[in-house]
Design a protein around this ligand. Sequence first.
Ligand code: CO
Ligand code: ZN
Length: 334
Amino acid sequence: MKPLLKTLTETFGPSGFEEALRKIIQKEVKPFADEIRVDAMGSLIAHKKPTVNVKNSRRIMLAAHMDEIGVIVSHVDKNGFVRFTNVGGVFGRYTLGARVRFMNGATGVVGFDKLEAVDQAPSMSKMYIDVGASSRKDCPVKVGDFGAFERSYMEMGNRLVAKSMDDRAGVVVLIETLKAIKATPHDLYFVFTTQEEVGVRGAGTAAYSIDPEIGIAVDVTGTGDTPASLKMAMELGKGPCVKVRDPGMLSDPRVVEWMTFTAEKAKIPYQREVLLVGSTDAKAIQVTRAGVMSGALSIPCRYIHSASEMVDYEDLKNSVKLLTAMLSKPVGFG
Ligand code: CO
Ligand code: ZN
């Protein structure tokens, strides 16, 4: 799982430009899916049909987003300096000193106008990207070009650090779950969605076409285990988180029951999640068509939306175990 996670996190795919990710994922899931398609929004849908016990079958959609936060060029000045704006939740404090790679391969570093107060992070409108150009003419990027933050994957014991763990950690968990399922009564749709970071856009349209009975997003969640962090219960390394609530949705209590019941029965550690900031694809799935019974399995992650997002390897393995246990048996609440 680690080499695949390294490849996924070191691949570039800001919202709307998920193609390189889609290619890697498609190759991984192909031997394990009955059919694969790509919808108009670019989401990759891998369908695994029921193999046993079909009378207990449910149509279940699982979603992990391929896209990552990034930047878009909004202006190039006469000296070739690039002004930019955010694609998704890019924070100024994480952007200072960052390296950017554009989809055409051009690279740059983030600089900033003179500071009013030395210890204050400037707003994005006071930052620019220096792409090594000296005029508008020799600038390798133009208005409307997309980029994402450059940073390599690294391991610190069980802690894994990379850009775009949000949500390549979820992507790798879904891929490994699909590979691990030997038999299932369910009609399973593994969906690798697009444009989550700009407002859960790909998940909604994919859910509309799949029309699932149950929807589960697999994404990262913030933790409360660092100095002076928000007071939240989630910790790194203590197991996957069963989402109960985030600002965008309330999980269906039956999905929460199903997850916690399965975890306890299989002796997999888990945590209950009440997230204070952010949301996931489950928010869009839940309100598709006439409504979908939805929840989310979350991977604890520190420093979300920085270029050094940190997860724990045990949490990834336990997430795969829990999803595999849930999807291999009829849906049960105890
Ligand atoms: Co995110
Ligand atoms: Zn995410």
